[in-house]
Design a protein around this ligand. Structure first.
Ligand SMILES: Nc1ncnc2c1ncn2[C@@H]1O[C@H](COP(=O)(O)OP(=O)(O)OP(=O)(O)O)[C@@H](O)[C@H]1O
Length: 280
């Protein structure tokens, strides 16, 4: 999406020096407009989700509004059952909302239809889950290229880029290993390579380091955050761990299906330190 540059106001002094030749006049004050913000790659508008019928209905999400900019990182936190996974699945088009909408590059996911929504999930979204969800019968390389091959890319074209991602994530020489021949951290890096392969606009992560020890989790989290930012993908990450959320620029805290708090972390305060400050 492109933006027209903001018009630059002509330089008008706010208080011109009085002159003898002309009566004192004051030019109107000119406010320099703020720099345009990038259009959101993903947005939620009045998002609600109720599970079940009238008798045993659970209102999991109760009116959420969010804008997520390209290359931004957003952590979704909150106590168990507050609606974090529901929000992630609605934003990713895995679930359909009861009310409200999710917009990807301005297009309402609900209006795309099942087929185009599935194609969008394959081409524009990447996913990293807690346990990696690699297919055990495929090698690391095959796991990375599978989503793109399902999307119609040739094996040859998909392989070159997938190798580059695996190498970039420190997995050179492990392309032909199966998931059982990889450590937990290596398997999560394969999952990150798979998520970022094909240059998605948004990467969704659900407790991506939850199954790893502290040091491995820290390394994987750093790779995930850096890789998303460098490739221009927005990162939306669900976590219970405040220290994991601290790696993201923004955090929203949900409670009972609503955004209770939202805060932005300046770059200097962003850090990847896992295993401290657990907060549910
Ligand atoms: N398929 C479902 N059918 C009925 N209720 C559901 C379903 N999925 C989730 N819920 C309910 O919706 C609410 C929100 O669930 P959700 O999984 O989004 O919460 P969460 O914050 O991700 O929880 P956790 O941190 O424990 O994973 C909970 O009350 C949950 O019991």
């Amino acid at each position: 999406m492109t933006h027209a540059p903001a018009p630059v106001p002509s330089a008008v002094p706010a208080h011109p020096a009085p002159s003898a030749a002309a009566p004192t006049t004051y030019a109107p004050r000119v406010d320099i407009p703020p720099a345009p913000r990038p259009a959101p790659v993903l947005a939620a508008r009045g998002l609600r989700k109720t599970y079940g019928g009238t008798g045993a209905a659970t209102r999991a999400l109760d009116g959420v509004d969010l804008d997520i900019a390209p290359a931004d990182s957003l952590a979704v936190m909150g106590p168990s059952g507050c609606g974090k996974t529901t929000l992630l699945h609605l934003l990713a088009g895995i679930l359909t909302p009861t009310a409200g909408s999710v917009l990807h590059d301005g297009a309402d996911l609900a209006e795309l239809g099942d087929r185009r929504r599935t194609l969008l999930r394959r081409s524009a979204f990447g996913f990293v889950f807690q346990d990696g969800q690699l297919l055990p019968e495929l090698t690391a390389l095959e796991n990375v290229i599978l989503p793109r091959m399902l999307g119609g890319t040739s094996r040859r074209a998909a392989t070159a880029e997938a190798r580059a991602w695996l190498e970039r994530l420190g997995l050179e020489g492990m392309e032909d290993r199966r998931p059982t021949q990889l450590s937990g951290g290596q398997a999560q890096r394969v999952a990150i390579a798979r998520a970022l392969d094909g240059r998605p606009s948004v990467v969704f992560a659900d407790e991506p380091t939850g199954a790893l020890d502290q040091a491995t989790g820290q390394a994987v989290l750093q790779i995930l955050v850096d890789s998303c930012r460098d490739s221009g993908a927005a990162l939306v990450m669900v976590t219970h761990d405040a220290a994991v959320a601290a790696a993201c620029r923004r955090t929203v805290a949900l409670r009972d299906g609503r955004i209770e708090r939202e805060f932005v972390r300046p770059a200097a305060q962003r850090e990847v330190v896992q295993g401290q400050g657990q907060s549910r």
